[in-house]
Design a protein around this ligand. Structure first.
Ligand code: NCD
Ligand code: ZN
Ligand code: ZN
Length: 425
């Protein structure tokens, strides 16, 4: 295995130093570290962060390899600075058995670009009727700890309670897509002034907030861990604040797109802006940003949701919801939070790693730690071009926007997956 000397890097924004990487670890730090034979990576002006961890990624394999594969999604992740992603279960077939989660896990290992940690479905076929084989997925080679019917809500409160109780035995988590289906029938976008103006059926904030309120009470009642996917409203933040004050074991994520974009985008009728939960109002965006900074929302997760052209370049009403996000997440967060490196490391690496139990991730690149980190050029600005992407899909809502920051290199256990801004494989 080769060794690397990362020269002049600012670890989490600190004064420039050199990092020596050998045998999968950061072995030395300091100015002018002697490193005979090491490959030199010039990192003047670059900031090192612990490798990013995404708790919510759709990789589409098995079943929709035309939209994304484990390999192409892994490459997009590495280019975005990620070293681990959690793969959502809404594939075809659904990841509701040990066999499917092991297949995804194995494909991730073969691609070797990021650690792919499969999420298992809560219910068989995501149908919301019977619990899937949670125990078998937990004890499989994929070692599943997070379960989610994402794309669908576990709407039945009795089933949700049983799922929470079941996973408690192995400290598992239920990650809920909070959407009361009776309140979102036919919904196309956020219910509000813009939906009224456009004549599109609305997805009211209360459809999300009612499920979160119910679930934090259920989690408190049974003493289990709940994670709330893609929180999108100011009201949800208040429910979470209340639950956290009571000591409920709940964590929550926000997506980059809900931190940056609003429902005004729907006025273009461009389905690239159709997503679940929908883009909300500027007041919601402000509340989500504040909640992320103060920790009521624990992490940023991409909800990278690649879709094939035919599922997106059609009428709004027929388009599938979802947008890609792995390659732009850090730039959006930099734009929203500014260069608060310790906060960014918390929200995008340390805390998601801790929630998911990915013990090899979320460590600052200091001597003795795994060499699993990413190097960012904060001074770079780029115009987002959806065609410049490792993803198979092009449903990028940031096209034409100028965003700060560029990932220059990513290392996974001492091996570069990205160098000079390009994927190594
Ligand atoms: N976010 C989306 O709009 N779509 C996701 C499912 C989901 O995250 O709910 C997808 O799988 O495409
Ligand atoms: Zn979802
Ligand atoms: Zn999702």
């Amino acid at each position: 295995m080769s060794s690397y000397l990362i020269r002049g890097v600012r670890v989490l924004g600190a004064e420039p130093t050199d990092l020596l990487v050998r045998d999968g670890l950061v072995v030395e730090a300091g100015r002018g570290v002697a490193a005979a034979g090491a490959e030199v990576v010039e990192a003047d002006g670059l900031v090192a962060l612990p490798g990013l961890v995404d708790l919510h990624t759709h990789l589409r394999e098995p079943g929709r390899e035309d939209a994304e594969t484990v390999e192409t999604g892994s490459r997009a992740a590495a280019l975005g600075g990620y070293t681990a992603v959690c793969a959502m279960a809404n594939t075809s077939p659904v990841a509701d058995t040990a066999g499917v989660v092991e297949q995804v896990w194995r494909l991730g290992r073969e691609a070797g670009l990021v650690d792919v940690q499969p999420i298992g479905a809560v219910t068989v076929g995501l149908a919301g009727e019977r619990l899937a084989e949670l125990g078998a997925m937990a004890s499989s080679a994929a070692n599943v700890r997070i379960f989610s019917d994402d794309g669908h809500c576990v709407a039945d409160p009795r089933l949700m309670r049983r799922a929470l109780e079941y996973v408690k035995a192995f400290d598992g988590i239920i990650a809920q897509h909070a959407e009361e289906p009776r309140l979102t029938q036919g919904a196309q976008m956020h219910e509000g002034e813009v939906s009224t103006r456009l004549g599109l059926t609305g997805w009211p904030a209360v459809a999300e907030e009612a499920i979160i309120a119910r679930d934090v009470l259920l989690a408190e009642h049974v003493g289990s861990r709940l994670h709330v996917c893609h929180v999108s409203t100011a009201g949800s933040v208040e429910v979470l604040r209340h639950a956290k004050e009571r000591g409920v074991r709940v964590t929550a994520e926000v997506t980059p797109h809900h931190l940056l974009l609003t429902d005004e985008r729907a006025a273009t009728y461009d389905p690239v802006f159709k997503v679940n939960p929908p883009l909300r109002t500027a007041d919601d965006v402000a509340a989500l940003r504040a909640a992320l900074a103060d920790g009521i929302i624990d992490i940023v997760a991409t909800d990278h949701a690649p879709h094939a052209v035919e599922d997106k370049e059609c009428e709004w009403g027929y388009a599938r919801p979802g947008m890609v996000g792995l390659e732009t997440a850090l730039s959006v967060v930099l734009d929203v939070l500014g260069e608060r490196w310790d906060l960014i490391a918390d929200r995008m690496s340390r805390v998601p790693a801790r929630i998911a139990g990915l013990t090899e991730h979320g460590h600052d690149p200091v001597p003795g730690a795994p060499a699993t980190f990413t190097l960012v050029d904060p001074a770079a600005r780029r115009t987002v071009d959806p065609t410049v992407s490792a993803s198979r899909s092009r449903n990028n809502p940031y096209a034409g926007l100028v965003l700060p920051g560029r990932i220059v290199a990513t290392f996974l256990r001492g091996v570069p997956t990205v160098l000079d801004g390009k994927a190594v494989r």
